[in-house]
Each structure stands twice: as C-alpha cells, then as structure tokens.
Design a protein around this ligand. Structure first.
Ligand SMILES: NC(=O)c1ccc[n+]([C@@H]2O[C@H](COP(=O)([O-])OP(=O)(O)OC[C@H]3O[C@@H](n4cnc5c(N)ncnc54)[C@H](O)[C@@H]3O)[C@@H](O)[C@H]2O)c1
Length: 282
C-alpha cells in the first residue's frame, strides 16, 4: 500500500490525510468545496504550529509530510492511483452512498474503500459498489494526531484480506487498530459516548446542572479527559447533530437529537469552528 486518497477535507479528512502523509504515504486529498480544501491547509498549519511548540513533531517532519500531501480538485484524479480511499465527507447516508458509487467507478479495482463515518456501518455503502469485499469502516478519533486508536470494522461482506490490510495500514501510521469482527451502528466508542451525551443533555435541559458543572463532573469525578459539552464543541455541533440524527434513523431505541442542539445550529453556533457553541472561544 503506497497511495492513499482522502475524500473530504473537513475537520477529520484533513487531519487523516496529514497523518498518513507523516507516515510517508503519498496522499491525495479531495473536497467538493475548493475553498474548504484551501482553508484546511491553513487550519492544519495552525494545529501543527501548536504541536511543534509542544515538541510532538519537528518543523522538518511537518514540511516533509506536507510534500507528501497533494490537494486535488478532481475526484477521478484524486483516486485513480489509490490503494486505499478513506471517505470523510459529511455524515449523510445518501451523499455517502452516491460517493461510494463514484469511488467504485474511478478507483483501481484493487483499491480498498473505507469510511470514517461515526455511525454508518460499511455494508450500507458497500451495496452501492461492485467490490463489497473491499469495503470496511476505518474510524478515526479527533484530534487525529493525539488519539492513538482507530476502529476497524469488518462487515460480513468485508474479506479477511481487506480487514488485515486496514489493520496493517493503521499500524503503519503508528496507531493501534481496534478490530471489530461484526458490524454494529456506532461501533464501540461512539455507542458509549452517545449515552453519555444523551444523559448530559437531559441533566442540562431539566435544569439539574449547568454545562460547566456537567463537564466538571465528567472530568473530575469520572476522570474523562474532556466533558461531553466541550467535546461536542470540538467535534462541531453540526457534525454532533448529524451523528445523533443518523443513529436515531438507524436504531430503534436511539433518541432524537436534543432540541437544544437544533436551536444552537439555527443560531449558527457550531462550536469551536464558529467561536460559539456550549462555550465561547477566542
Ligand atoms: N468531527 C469528529 O469529531 C468526527 C470524528 C470521527 C468521525 N467523524 C466522521 O467523519 C466524517 C466527516 O466529519 P467532519 O467532522 O470532518 O465533517 P466536516 O463538516 O468538518 O467536513 C466534511 C467535508 O466533506 C466535504 N464534502 C461534503 N460532500 C462531499 C462530497 N460529495 N465529496 C467530497 N467532499 C464532500 C465538505 O465540503 C466538508 O469539507 C463524518 O462522517 C463524521 O461522522 C467525525
């Protein structure tokens, strides 16, 4: 495996692409929105500056990784030589299914098609391709450079070779693969996380505690590194809403996203990326 293509240059796609580029892969990064493709570079540079200051990477390593990263404005060009395509577009089943059909059309026959979706199992996307055996979930966590685990989900349609190649790729980018042998919506971490978030939202809506108090309970009483509201701000409230809505649509016992979350979206409060979410950012 030499050539990686990442589709979607948002919060996750841009970090996944750079992370693979750091490990020496040639990476093609594509986004349907050209402006987004450009701004992703500025955001990555800003993030890297912090990591370099903290001593996590050197400037030389960052420059070398950047040389491995190619921005693409044509989907077919972005994936024509790919060995592995990682999809990281918005959490929307219809859009992802349409995209997988195109990936199947333009990527070489041997290429593995993986999704970074937070909730959607890959069988729902594999059926829009002619290579279901080469489709799987490859689920990264944010911030990609700091989170060491990647969930690899093997559906009944995924071949053993594909699952093994995905696991090997995760190891090559210096992360720990967590291989699930069976599909389940939301996999492991997000199934647990959505329950925490549901309860946090309930406590807030019932007026039992404030955003700060609930986050404090999680960080100081449960020893979570970050509280659920701060985490939603980091994820992006639009993405957090899309993830919860997808789970509600796919699972019988899942809850609808909270009206409070909808209200924040209506006011353009998307978390860190807009400077205002549950907290205010400079
Ligand atoms: N935000 C997180 O913390 C997080 C963590 C793990 C997984 N995920 C998953 O990763 C995926 C992306 O999330 P994100 O937070 O990066 O979202 P984002 O909104 O930051 O980025 C999505 C990008 O996809 C692009 N896009 C939309 N349709 C496209 C298409 N047809 N072709 C190419 N590009 C297209 C958009 O222009 C945007 O740049 C989602 O499936 C989400 O569930 C998110």
């Amino acid at each position: 495996m030499n050539q990686i293509s990442v589709i979607g240059a948002g919060l996750m796609g841009s970090q996944i692409a750079l992370c693979a580029a750091f490990a020496g892969f040639k990476v093609h990064l594509y986004d349907v929105d050209e402006q987004r493709l450009q701004t992703s570079q500025q955001q990555l540079a800003k993030q890297m500056e912090k990591y370099i200051k903290k001593g996590l990477f050197s400037k030389t390593q960052f420059d070398q990784a950047n040389d491995n990263l190619i921005l693409e404005t044509s989907l077919s060009k972005a994936i024509e030589q790919a060995d592995l395509v990682i999809e990281a577009i918005v959490e929307d089943l219809t859009l992802k299914r349409n995209l997988f059909q195109q990936l199947d059309e333009f990527a070489p026959p041997h290429a593995i098609l993986a999704t970074n979706s937070s909730m959607i199992v890959s069988s729902m996307l594999a059926s829009s391709t002619t290579r279901p055996d080469k489709v799987c979930n490859l689920h990264f966590f944010n911030p990609v450079f700091l989170m060491s685990v990647v969930e690899v989900v093997k559906g009944a349609h995924t071949s053993n070779e594909t699952a093994q190649a995905a696991v090997d790729f995760v190891k090559r980018i210096h992360k720990t693969p967590l291989l699930l042998q069976k599909e389940i919506t939301g996999f492991i971490a997000n199934r647990i996380l959505t329950k925490v978030m549901e309860e946090a939202m309930f406590l807030l809506e019932e007026g039992i505690a404030t955003v700060e108090e609930i986050d404090l309970a999680c960080t100081k009483a449960l020893n979570h590194p970050i509280g659920p509201f701060a985490l939603m701000d980091l994820t992006g409230l639009d993405t957090a809403y899309a993830i919860q809505k997808t789970q509600f649509e796919l699972e019988n016992d899942a809850k609808e996203p909270s009206p409070l979350l909808k209200e924040k979206l209506a006011h353009g409060q998307l978390g860190r990326k807009t400077g205002q979410g549950f907290y205010t950012y400079q």
